[in-house]
Design a binder for this molecule. Structure first.
Ligand SMILES: NC(=O)c1ccc[n+]([C@@H]2O[C@H](COP(=O)([O-])OP(=O)(O)OC[C@H]3O[C@@H](n4cnc5c(N)ncnc54)[C@H](O)[C@@H]3O)[C@@H](O)[C@H]2O)c1
Length: 447
């Protein structure tokens, strides 16, 4: 039975899923020891007491553990999804029912509902925002710059009901923000460069304990997981084309090779291309790779990396997936113009007919690891979300000194997260002897 779950303070699919969401969130928590330690400290010290925090994140079991940690720190949390397909409905129900967190997210929500939920997170009037892809901060800036035509209709209609002073107060009320992903950070740095950034932002993605692990090992494993859950294809012996050899691409190429694929990398950066070549992959332009690949995966953060001109060259039955943040890496609009379809073959798999060949697109070109699988494993999100929690605390503690720019989390905090993670894994390391410290600090000693 569906117990409807729409109210002023939440919009989730079905509250009767809460027990399942709680069990799965607790399972994830077992692999999040660093966040657990932070939650214990936040419960004692309440560093976010009295703060309203709006988060636009993938609503997964790991995010639930972050939301509960922020709440333990004293924050009044509102949460909306950062992708229409990534919400885990049982987790959303659990947060509403068991923690009273204001959640606005439903898996498979349409474009209007997605932005209706962004509106709800903004209407929470946050002191702090937390983004994965800069959708909240983007909307706040369109309001600040009075570019209401650039807002999605549900947000624009709401903003139009606010007075000028109220709109100003909404933006001025934000002491600072945090950003989870590469694509969001790129946008925010562009805003800072153009002198329009209205408040300081902590680029959580720039922490070493985030991108070195989450982007590489998290995206690497979960992207393969998503493709396999969607298709059940055999990887061994297939040719997998990886577009982009950044942190995510490196991780995915490694996992695809580990599962037995022949991996081809495409790049536009000569340094990354050289690295891929020396890591033992074949490197070539997409127009060449298109002829030989069986599975194509984009992880670039760029737009229209896979275009119809490439698709026309592909083998019959080629499979296309994206794991970059936005669904623009595969040019689906042009495919829709040029091809017949789609026919739904199985969940998350659509078949298009292009010049007598079949092209299979997974999850509408949206993040395959979050749409068809469960996103990153909790153990890696432990570090990403420890960064998020510490970044929120940092914003509160340093709001006055932080300039309206994109900052990274202090290196000592980044190193502390690595230290705690190692301790939780039972790994100990050496420390410098006084002699070594002196040696490393000196320049006199030579051959
Ligand atoms: N799926 C997930 O859960 C997840 C997790 C983290 C990051 N992301 C997203 O994945 C994307 C990549 O993130 P990253 O941290 O690896 O970024 P990155 O900057 O480290 O790497 C991106 C790479 O793509 C390359 N590239 C750009 N345009 C290209 C093109 N046309 N063809 C081939 N290569 C091209 C760049 O040269 C770069 O090496 C971003 O959108 C990021 O937000 C997704």
């Amino acid at each position: 039975m569906t117990t409807t779950a729409r109210s002023a303070s939440s919009d989730v699919k079905d509250l009767s899923l809460a027990a399942e969401g709680r069990r799965r969130t607790e399972w994830a928590e077992r692999s999040m020891p660093v966040l657990r330690l932070l939650r214990e400290r936040f419960t004692r010290e309440r560093p976010l007491a009295g703060r309203r925090l709006s988060a636009c994140l993938h609503v997964t079991t790991e995010t639930a553990n972050l939301a509960v940690t922020l709440q333990a720190g004293g924050a009044d949390v509102a949460l909306c999804g950062s992708n229409p397909l990534s919400t885990q409905d049982d987790v959303a129900a659990h947060l509403v029912k068991d923690h009273g967190i204001k959640v606005f997210a439903i898996k498979g929500e349409d474009h209007t509902t997605y932005y209706e939920h962004i509106r709800a997170a903004l209407a929470h009037r946050p002191d702090i925002t937390m983004d994965d892809g800069a959708d909240l901060v983007g909307a706040l800036h369109m309001i600040a710059l009075n570019r209401l035509d650039d807002l999605a209709p549900p947000v624009r209609q709401w903003v139009e009901t606010l007075s000028g002073a109220d709109r100003k107060a909404l933006v001025a009320g934000v002491a600072g923000s945090t950003e989870e992903t590469t694509t969001g950070v790129i946008r925010l740095k562009a805003m800072a460069r153009d002198g329009v950034l209205q408040f300081p932002v902590i680029a959580v993605n720039d922490s070493d304990t985030k991108h070195l692990f989450d982007n590489r090992y998290g995206t690497g494993q979960s992207t393969l997981d998503g493709i396999l859950r969607a298709t059940n294809l055999l990887v061994a012996g297939s040719t997998v084309v990886v577009a982009g050899y950044g942190w995510c691409g490196r991780g995915f190429a490694l996992r695809a090779r580990g599962a037995g694929a022949n991996v081809i990398v495409t790049e536009i950066d000569p340094l990354k291309a050289l690295e891929a070549q020396m890591d033992g992959y074949r490197v070539m332009p997409m127009a060449e790779a298109a002829r030989v690949g069986d599975v194509f995966v984009t992880l670039t953060g760029n737009t229209h990396v896979l275009r119809v001109e490439h698709m026309r060259l592909m083998k019959d039955g080629a499979v296309l997936a994206n794991s970059g943040h936005f669904n623009v890496e595969i040019d689906l609009d042009s495919l829709k113009q040029a091809a017949q379809g789609p026919t739904r073959v199985r969940e998350f798999v659509e078949e298009w007919r292009l010049g007598g060949k079949r092209i299979f697109v997974l999850a509408d070109g949206r993040l395959i690891n979050l749409a068809a699988a469960e996103g990153h494993p909790a153990s890696v999100m432990d570090m990403s979300f420890a960064n998020q929690a510490l970044a929120a605390e940092h914003v509160v503690q340093h709001a006055r000194e932080l300039t309206k720019d994109v900052h990274r989390i202090p290196r000592e905090l980044d190193a502390e997260i690595a230290r705690l993670k190692l301790a939780a894994m039972g790994v100990t390391i050496d420390t410098l002897t006084p002699e070594q410290q002196k040696y490393l600090a000196s320049w006199e000693m030579g051959t």
